[in-house]
Design a protein around this ligand. Structure first.
Ligand code: F0G
Length: 382
């Protein structure tokens, strides 16, 4: 017996059709993205001895293992609707994986520009497996982004980086889900920041979802960050303070301008020239949140802590959100009693190399395949 569409979750475009720039007849290119778990941390708050409620929004459980799928379902749906036969992006890895998958689903071509030697192995495997045409450039993400903009002016390809406004429209739905689940926005929402597209999208989503109900459905693209034309609709509900955490070697928002040679082990956010710079500056002023930076060591420590104490395996960049929040709780910037949501943007399986590198002290025994040696291995480690 098959389930009807009302019972099956069929992706975020179907779920939020009335709040996205699509029509009833738009054919959604979907892989069932969105609807990700909001997991309450149970052990880490106790370990740090603070009375705070921390949820992680585990975006690593999207179809290609990152939040990019929320934006990509919209970007590819609109590209196909507009007759495009090919998409293109620059990427630190996740966007390329997602673009490749949704292009495969749509039956169009994907071209992806990635910095040679600087993307995690799982992401490269995805782009290749989904059949993208991969252009490894001897340069970084920022170089790739510049080239994508230039080539799109000369070749028939649709850019699906977050400068494509439909990307942010899809990504805003993460905030809708959080408001639905918690009944209101949290006090703080923390994200790792690279191009600052996702933090912008979340702010849009919170502003739209806390607007009075009668104004939501009628405003398909309610909040326009370019003009802040959503002003006046937000009298309804509480808004969170947005917190953006960067890797110290790639922290243009902390330096006050572009960084020429960004470097970090968290390769997903190895970006020196954020594409949503102005949106992010603007929203930080509006929400009263802040940017901060973490060293690679802090990022990796937090990644391991989440895995070992909560059973949640995210990729390094994602851990910056939780690492920053834990530090700001300890130093009192975030008060006890607060409700905090941290986005875990990507799945830990994306980057097995970095994970294994930092688990050199993990217990791993080489033994003979005998009962006595297995038993010794257990009893000596109880
Ligand atoms: N976390 C992960 C895992 C990412 O892949 C990215 C961006 C970010 C955070 C930052 O999000 O750019 O919206 O501020 N990855 C892009 C890519 C750049 O190409 O996959 P942002």
């Amino acid at each position: 017996m098959s389930l009807s569409n009302t019972q099956r979750y069929t992706g975020l475009i179907d779920r939020y059709r009335d709040r996205l720039p699509v029509t009833a007849s738009t054919r959604a290119i979907s892989l069932g993205e969105g609807n990700t778990p909001l997991i309450k941390l149970e052990n880490i708050p106790r370990l740090i001895g603070k009375n705070v409620t921390i949820y992680v929004k585990y975006e690593g459980l999207n179809p290609t293992g990152s939040f990019k799928d929320r934006g990509m379902t919209m970007a590819v749906t609109k590209a196909v609707e507009e007759g495009s036969k090919a998409i293109i992006c620059a990427s630190t890895g996740n966007t390329s994986a997602s673009a490749a998958a949704y292009a495969a689903r749509a039956g169009i071509k994907a071209f992806v520009l990635i910095p040679e030697g600087k993307i995690a192995m799982g992401k490269l495997a995805q782009a290749m497996m989904y059949g993208a045409i991969t252009l490894q450039i001897r340069g970084n993400f920022d170089d790739g982004m510049q080239l994508v903009k230039e080539v799109a002016a000369e070749a028939p390809v649709t850019i699906v980086n977050s400068i494509n406004p439909f990307r942010l429209q899809g990504q805003k739905t993460a905030a809708f889900e959080i408001v639905e689940e918690l009944g209101q926005a949290p006090d703080y929402h923390a994200l790792p920041v690279g191009n600052a597209g996702n933090i912008t999208a979340h702010w849009m989503g919170y502003r739209e979802s806390t607007a009075p109900a009668d104004q939501q459905a009628s405003n398909r693209v309610a909040y326009q960050p370019e003009t802040d034309s959503f002003s006046g609709l937000t009298t309804g509900g509480k808004l969170p303070k947005m917190l953006g955490y960067q890797a110290a070697g790639s922290a243009p928002f902390l330096r006050g301008g572009p960084v020429a040679d960004p470097e970090t082990l968290a390769t997903a956010i190895r970006i020196g020239n954020p594409q949503s710079w102005h949106h992010a500056q603007r929203l930080m002023k509006d929400c009263g949140g802040w940017f901060d930076e973490l060293t690679d060591a802090e990022i990796l420590d937090t990644q391991r802590m989440l895995a070992m104490y909560e059973g949640v395996f995210c990729e390094p960049a994602s851990a910056a959100s939780v690492g920053g929040v834990l530090r700001d709780i300890k130093n009192g910037k975030i008060a006890e009693g607060s409700v905090i949501v941290c986005t875990l943007t990507g799945n830990g399986l994306k980057d097995p190399d970095t994970a294994i590198q930092q688990c050199k002290d993990a217990v791993m025994l080489q033994i003979d395949a005998t009962l006595s040696q297995v038993k010794d291995g257990i009893l000596s480690n109880m």
